[in-house]
Design a protein around this ligand. Structure first.
Ligand SMILES: C[S@@+](CC[C@H](N)C(=O)[O-])C[C@H]1O[C@@H](n2cnc3c(N)ncnc32)[C@H](O)[C@@H]1O
Length: 201
């Protein structure tokens, strides 16, 4: 697939899912914080057109919104954002993006597994190290019975492997979903997903 084809594919994805509500992993993480912390700063990795970013902004978080696709950030900025929103759009690949100091919430909905295994593990190390005590991660990882297994450039983790990476964190959500459905682009797919919310003690 060429870069242009990939970008066109993501643009179609944003159009298809426009106005969907925030992911429940993100909502669970935000709810666990209770009142929005002072100077709350979040990182949204693979933010797309801002489905989750907007909810964080709505609740008074400052958000660094990262995506490799310029179109994602263009669409995010074209949204009607809550007044007083403080969002920093960053075009970057997850493989390279640093985790800035002071980030209390790192959200990555359906994006981390779109990295190769080595990059995934590096990114996860940066997330774990970058989170302060009391900070949270929310997002999805893919399991080995997902029908995308075998596609290059993606990461799939077994149940125990996923739990191993999360060891030492407090698991506030660890739900394994297997279901047959269709992708937002209309292709049949078996989904094997871990829905995760974890807090650094
Ligand atoms: C499945 S979409 C999810 C978007 C949004 N988080 C959501 O939950 O709807 C994945 C997003 O991650 C971005 N993405 C995929 N691989 C990436 C990478 N290696 N680095 C940065 N962004 C990436 C895509 O451009 C896309 O916007």
């Amino acid at each position: 697939m060429t870069e242009n084809e990939r970008s066109a594919g993501w643009a179609a994805y944003y159009d298809k899912l426009r106005d969907r509500p925030p992911r429940r992993t993100l909502l669970a993480a935000l709810d666990r914080f209770g009142t929005t912390p002072a100077a709350a700063l979040a990182l949204d990795l693979g933010c797309g057109d801002g489905r989750d970013t907007v909810e964080m902004l709505r609740r008074g978080w400052r958000v660094i919104a990262v995506d490799a696709e310029p179109e994602a950030l263009r669409q995010l900025q074209a949204r009607t954002l809550p007044s007083g929103s403080d969002v920093t759009p960053v075009i970057a690949r997850l493989e390279e993006v640093p985790v800035p100091l002071g980030v209390q919430l790192i959200n990555s909905s359906f994006a981390m597994p779109l990295c190769e295994p080595e990059a995934f593990r590096d990114l996860w190390s940066r997330i774990r190290e970058g989170l302060p005590s009391g900070g949270r991660f929310s997002g999805q990882w893919y399991g080995p019975r997902d029908s995308w297994v075998g596609r290059p450039g993606l990461t799939f983790l077994g149940h125990e492997e996923a739990l191993g990476l999360l060891e030492g964190l407090e698991l506030e959500m660890f739900e394994e979903e297997e279901s047959d459905g269709v992708t937002p682009r209309g292709k049949p797919k078996h989904w094997h997903i871990f829905h995760i919310v974890a807090r650094k003690p």
